[in-house]
Design a protein. Structure first.
Length: 255
């Protein structure tokens, strides 16, 4: 019996190490090769303080602003590596807003792609999701299909014909609620970071979805970090918390 427990512990340690390495590699692949990083202690301290608050269940919004080339993405990358080293179970979900030919949900698709990759790493099945909303999420984002963590039991509605409402407004509301519920459940057990590059080019579909996911009351305890290019040359890189009420975030989601 003792031997069995030792074997399980060894397997658990091996899996934890593998998942930790995998997350660090995900950051490296999505943000480019690691490079020497110096300075930015104050900005990194701001980000780590916000992460500590998110770990306590308090939603956090951080905007990294500055002109092109000042190091916003490098700061985001360095923070991600440090955070994953300190908290290997963190779900780091990265998306990028595109200026040229933005597709529907362009920014969110990157976030969902990251989520799908991380959910393949042996996460237990989520328990509190509505099957119809899950089915709608999978239709909107096919990369979520077939993931064990998002597969309801055999008796669930996913194995039956799903009738979605005809009203597009109702469909969109269900999609928004489904993603909010999914992220809320994930954030109950681990730190979830949504990192978005080039916030100034956020597409309208992603903006609407984010607005609903983060709205009051009781938004999920996510840490949302966005980089935003400012037009003024000579400006410094600034990492500043953004007030969380949806009314104060609305201008960011529509800019």
């Amino acid at each position: 019996m003792r031997r069995r427990h030792e074997d399980r512990a060894a397997e658990s340690d091996e899996e934890s190490a593998e998942r930790r390495h995998w997350r660090l590699q995900l950051i490296a692949r999505s943000r480019g090769p690691a490079a020497p990083f110096v300075g930015r202690e104050a900005e990194l301290a701001t980000l780590h303080a916000a992460a500590a608050q998110a770990l306590q269940g308090q939603p956090q919004r951080i905007l990294l602003t500055g002109p092109i080339g000042i190091g916003k993405s490098a700061l985001l990358t360095q923070f991600g590596r440090q955070l994953l080293q300190a908290h290997p179970q963190t779900l780091w979900l990265h998306g990028a807003c595109q200026h040229a030919h933005p597709a529907p949900f362009q920014a969110i698709r990157g976030v969902i792609d990251s989520l799908a990759q991380l959910l393949t790493a042996g996460r237990p099945r989520l328990q509190h999701q509505r099957p119809v909303e899950l089915a709608l999420l999978k239709r909107a984002f096919p990369v979520l299909q077939g993931l064990p963590a998002l597969t309801p039991p055999q008796s669930s509605i996913e194995h039956e014909a799903v009738d979605f409402p005809d009203d597009p407004v109702h469909l969109r509301a269900m999609l928004h609620h489904g993603l909010r519920a999914l992220l809320t459940e994930l954030a109950l057990s681990t730190l979830v970071v949504v990192a978005l590059d080039n916030w100034q080019w956020l597409d309208a579909d992603s903006a609407g979805l984010l607005r609903e996911v983060l709205r009051e009351p009781e938004p999920p305890a996510l840490m949302v970090i966005a980089t935003q290019v400012t037009a003024l040359e000579g400006e410094h890189l600034v990492a500043r918390p953004v007030p969380t009420p949806a009314t104060q975030l609305a201008h960011l989601f529509t800019s």
